[in-house]
Write a protein of this length. Structure first.
Length: 303
């Protein structure tokens, strides 16, 4: 309960401040950093040849569709030809046609469906120009439409703004600054994606997994290699990511019995108590919270 209150104390003022700032950007009002961002935007307008005159609703929609279509075509071609483009030190092959189309469309619609295998399926160039690029541009496109929709409610004419101007302002004034601030906060807190950010094809990762498998088999002599759950080799089981599958928990029962002295039945009860159900009762699978289980084992050993 205290944690919820603490989060709300921080969250509510942030919502009010950010909401006010986003409103000012939406309605083309001056902000604290207006002069700084305006200089950046003017450079972009000059390079791209954007004319900042107001558009009608029809012109706005056409500009949206044409710009998104161009981004889809260029991104698809990059994925299909990434083998021949620079920044591909791992010599990754061109992405298969249907996978390339699915990836581009999912990121263009801001759904970010990922059926590809990270850095083993995409060159560095493709990740930067397609994936990272679209994470900003697809969000900017969606919010630009939202801005135009809101303006139309209060507009006295059919002029609802300029899509290219809105698109640029959203990225320059909202998405990039917020990303920069959040990135600094994560670095400050020492947050990282895992013990090592290796690609699936990285030899160092394969070496580490082989060592983990050998160590696990030594500690669990009754377990066959093919029986080892994948999440025991990939999930961190830390306080930030404390869950493992029930299969991964139960396969360690014998070793926990030997090291803790607790009976198998007691350990099964602990696993049951530390098991979290599916999200909303339907999403995902049941999983065990390692942190909760360890705390319960500690309490029983010291009771």
């Amino acid at each position: 309960m205290l944690q919820i209150v603490f989060v709300l104390i921080i969250y509510i003022p942030l919502v009010l401040l950010v909401g006010r700032y986003v409103y000012q950007v939406t309605m083309n009002q001056k902000t604290v950093f207006n002069s700084f961002f305006q200089k950046i935007e003017n450079i972009i307008y000059k390079i791209t040849g954007v004319k900042q005159q107001e558009m009608t609703g029809k012109q706005y929609v056409i500009a949206l569709l044409l710009s998104n279509a161009c981004m889809v075509i260029v991104s698809y071609l990059i994925l299909r030809l990434q083998k021949y483009v620079f920044l591909n030190p791992n010599q990754i092959e061109n992405m298969e046609p249907t996978l390339a189309f699915n990836t581009v469309i999912s990121f263009m619609t801001n759904t970010n469906l990922q059926h590809y295998s990270g850095e083993s399926a995409m060159s560095y160039f493709a990740q930067m120009i397609v994936i990272t690029f679209m994470m900003f541009t697809s969000a900017a496109s969606g919010y630009a439409v939202c801005m135009a929709f809101c303006r139309r409610f209060i507009a006295k004419t059919d002029r609802i703004g300029n899509f290219y101007k809105d698109f640029t302002r959203i990225i320059v004034r909202i998405l990039l600054p917020f990303s920069f601030v959040v990135a600094l906060a994560l670095v400050w807190q020492g947050v990282r994606s895992g013990s090592a950010n290796y690609a699936p094809s990285n030899p160092e990762l394969m070496k580490r997994i082989e060592q983990d498998v050998a160590q696990f088999l030594q500690q669990h002599p009754t377990v066959e290699k093919q029986q080892i759950p994948a999440d025991l080799l990939t999930a961190s089981g830390s306080g930030l990511d404390p869950h493992i599958s029930l299969k991964a928990a139960k396969i360690q029962l014998d070793r926990l019995h030997e090291t803790t002295g607790l009976s198998i039945d007691d350990l099964k009860k602990i696993i049951e108590q530390a098991t979290d159900s599916r999200s909303l009762g339907i999403f995902g699978e049941e999983k065990m919270n390692v942190l909760k289980a360890n705390q319960q084992i500690y309490r029983q050993l010291n009771s």
